[in-house]
Design a protein around this ligand. Sequence first.
Ligand SMILES: [Zn+2]
Length: 628
Amino acid sequence: MKNPIITLAALAITGLFFIQLSLKGQNYYIPLNDQKAYEAGTRSKDGNPGPNYWQNSADYKIDVELDTKEDKIIGKASITYFNNSPDTLHRIVLRLYQNLFKKGNARQFPMTSEVLTDGEEITKFVAGGEEYDLSEGSRWEITNKNIRLKKAIPPGISETFEMEWNFYIPVKRALRMGKYDDGHYFIAYWYPQIAVYDDVDGWDMVEYLGMVEFYNDFNNFDVNITVPGDYLVRATGELQNADDILTDDVLKFFNTAKTSDEIISIYDYQESEKTKLTKKAKSHTWHYVATNIPDVTFLATNQSNWDGTGVVVDSTSMHRVFAEAVYPDSIVNWDRGAEITAASVRYMSFELPGVAFPYPHMTSFCAGSSGGGMESPMMANNGAPKRFESFAGLLFHEISHTYFPFYMGTNERKWAFMDEGWASYLPEGFLPEYNPETKYMQRGVRSYLYAAGQDYELPLIVPTYQHNNYSSARTSAYTRPAVAYSMLRMTLGDDLFKKALLEYMSRWNGKHPVPYDFFYTFEDVTGEGLSWFFKPWFFDFGYPDLAIMEVTGNRVAISKNGVLPVPVEIHWFADDDSGGKITVNASVWKDGDHVTVVELPEGKVFKKIVLGSDLIPDSNKDDNIWKW
Ligand SMILES: [Zn+2]
């Protein structure tokens, strides 16, 4: 028989040990595919990339022609793909994004018939010198094309793929890219792209059906874009041959703008009768080079203004980024497009996240549509909101995607909260520069509460591709995570929040972090178990709801009726017309308590107590007021 006292002691020690473990990161549900990555040492449970971390990459050499008569893209590419994985690759997955618009294909986004096309046609595909016939495909394939290789690619070896393709550009109300009015094109999702092969899932087989956006490797691009002679092309990367294309006047303004603190009008469309943008030619080929970047897009326009300025993004090196706006003449707010682009780049470099803008230029483009925007590295395709604050917020939002998901390489197909959530949260500190009365985050909290706790609202950890409903996708990608990041910042305080965020960004810049890498890094940097916060906000169903339960003398009992932990903010009003505010950190809920008591000043006769604020979400405000 065992000594009962020792057994009890052992139980107590085991219990203690369990509590210790549970403080850091042991409380999360981790799907088996993610667990496998931690076991293989490609990721570490302290939030760092593991000693065995790897990712694949490719060099893309592309020649593309934009045919503005036919509204057609005709391309030719040579892609050298590096297999850095420990696996032999017997197939590759080619993403043919334009099949989203193909007549008859399944989609998650409703589209009008005028937008639909014949999809993406591959006219030639060569792997390792051998030509393939890709005309046969599985009926399950929509935008992902599985190609079984005749010669497998062993670990550590590269293979070169040659291909030719074409597609008709979706027109008018296309999603994220297309032809807008005459003379205004934004070309994205446009070249056959090798899907990501990673340590969690192997090949990424998520279809691009309209709801999900980016998950790309970090690649090198050398792109020649041929357009009619009078078109301007701005693209991801550095322009290599401005001297050959731009007229002397425009070239002079272009070069001046890059180092100017002022906004320079590089080209004014109203002057187009007098001043020409480009040297006279039937066509020009614009040559762009970009390295270690997840994607390349380009704009092409012969009817736009072009403004630019040089923004210092590092006060030691005085390195400058070229911030520019390309927009139709006389469209509302856009005469300030370059200014807002520059201010956004400056804010992100010095304030939040506080990382020097990582690209040589940032181009905000407007094609004249009124809707939202779409990001890509160095290039944003925006609408034209009429309210100035919405306009500034939109430009900032799209530019902030530079950090998430481009600097960070997060998987937006699975966890949009890792990029859209940040892009929705970051404008909070920027917009007051233009409107000190801005209610940006208050509006964010309100729009989150509209969905919080409704049956369509799913936990953030549910993969984005599982959402098939606009409200549930939107809440999960934008509003709930933005509020969660705001609550996290209130909980940790500005300094610790920023320190942890910068450490997460430094560890995972140019890599592919999953949500656990984010949670573990925050726990590692803060030295605290944060599962009491992350688990309810990111893994659980539920909504925030605090209530005033009881007031006895100067003691206010607050009950946590909802799942989500939020700070307690109490506004008190006394008979002598005095009043005040007491804030208690959300960590008061970390041990799982459902009631906390807040003490108000002594010696007062209270007449009203109000719980909460418009920055703290609360799904039921009826129980937030106590009156006598
Ligand atoms: Zn966004």
